[in-house]
Design a protein around this ligand. Structure first.
Ligand code: EPU
Length: 337
């Protein structure tokens, strides 16, 4: 176990801010995690597990130990005529895993192509895009429960998945995920109903898309709409799309008839936060080193070595203006430390 001190987090987070961590180490096995946690306990310092740092913003020095999760491996544990079961190390790159499955013809996660991050981070915020959420393919999650240092295998139900939400978000930092167990389909029902996917397939004149066609369409849409974190610091959607009651929606829609929204049940609507932010005039606005991305207002970008605090303050300005104009309180999707 090698523990480094005062490490810049710039290259370990997709925002690329120069905040530091008091201690830093990498772990490539479940045993190594136990050893590192023991070290933290003895020193009585907090710890945080980090994948590729693509959904996190540090606004100050992290006064504990950051464990970079590098647990690897994609193992087929079982298969039937229609399904394949895979156990995947939490440190595997998400998109690499998706590409591997698409190539093998195992379906269910192709709409989640190109999402930055690791496999271990995918259940935490129940990543979702283009009509699919990862919870649909997760069978269970292996994690260390740090309350009692017991290894647990949490079923899909135990994970309490919701929109960009799960047990792991509700009980922040309690569970250290080491493996995610997936069930994928050999004859998947491809999900092409999301407007943007339909448009790309139509443009390319693809009538009977394959899994690879859907994955490529998603990659094309993401590349056209979302900034590449390797070129421009960002953490994808900075805010969640808010849900409101049908009654509140109907009142708001009278005032803003063009507002983008869709029903999620008989009683609730989900609103497009990107639309709300854009209609407060933020789209493409840059203030100093930080800005609201020109092609998708849900994304905040680090143009030029902004600090985490500057990004956080910018997000607060957006929240306040949406609150003033629409009387809606946006929630951050990105984890703030
Ligand atoms: N919209 C605007 N202005 C904007 C952005 C969006 O008017 O600046 C409108 C669009 O015209 C569209 C609607 O809002 O009618 C939805 O936009 P989009 O399809 O881009 O999706 P989103 O709701 O803005 C969500 C996810 C994304 C995911 C896409 C596609 C959240 C918080 N974000 O964005 O996830 O890629 O759907 O499924 O749910 C992420 O989580 O990091 C992420 C990028």
């Amino acid at each position: 176990m090698t523990i480094k001190e005062n490490i810049s987090l710039q290259s370990f987070t997709s925002f690329g801010c120069n905040e530091t961590s008091r201690y830093f180490t990498s772990v490539a096995s479940a045993d190594a995690i136990l050893e590192v946690l023991q070290w933290c306990k003895e020193k009585n310092i907090p710890y945080l597990i980090l994948g590729t740092g693509s959904n996190v913003l540090f606004t100050k020095t992290y006064e504990g130990l950051i464990l970079k999760n590098e647990i690897a491996g994609i193992v087929k544990t079982n298969e039937t005529a229609t399904e394949v079961f895979l156990s995947v190390g939490a440190g595997e790159n998400w998109h690499h895993f998706v590409s591997y499955c698409v190539q093998k013809g195992w379906g269910g996660i192709e709409n989640l192509s190109l999402i930055p991050g690791t496999v271990g981070a995918s259940p935490i915020q129940n990543i979702g895009a283009y009509g699919v959420e990862v919870q649909e393919c997760i069978q269970s999650v292996t994690a260390l429960d740090t309350l009692n240092d017991q290894w647990v295998n949490l079923s899909n139900h135990d994970c309490a998945f919701g929109y960009r939400d799960s047990l792991f978000k509700q009980q922040k930092n309690r569970y250290l995920i080491t493996q995610v167990h997936f069930v994928l389909q050999k004859q998947p029902h491809l999900r092409t109903d999301y407007g943007a996917i339909k448009e790309v397939l139509h443009e390319k004149n693809i009538k009977n898309p394959s899994m690879a066609d859907v994955s490529n369409a998603v990659i094309q849409i993401r590349n056209a709409k979302l900034p590449d974190p390797a070129k421009l610091g960002n953490a994808g959607s900075f805010f969640k799309n808010p849900s409101i009651s049908k009654t509140d929606y109907e009142k708001l829609a009278l005032q803003f008839p063009q507002m983008m929204a869709y029903p999620i049940s008989d009683k609730a609507y989900k609103l497009a936060a990107g639309w709300l932010i854009e209609h407060c005039g933020w789209k493409g606005v840059r203030k100093g080193k930080v800005g609201c991305f020109e092609k998708q207002s849900l994304v905040i970008v680090n143009y030029d070595h902004a600090s985490g605090k500057e990004i956080f303050d910018f997000s607060e300005e957006i929240i306040q203006s949406v609150l003033q104009k629409f009387n809606l309180l946006l929630e951050r999707e990105v984890n703030i430390f």
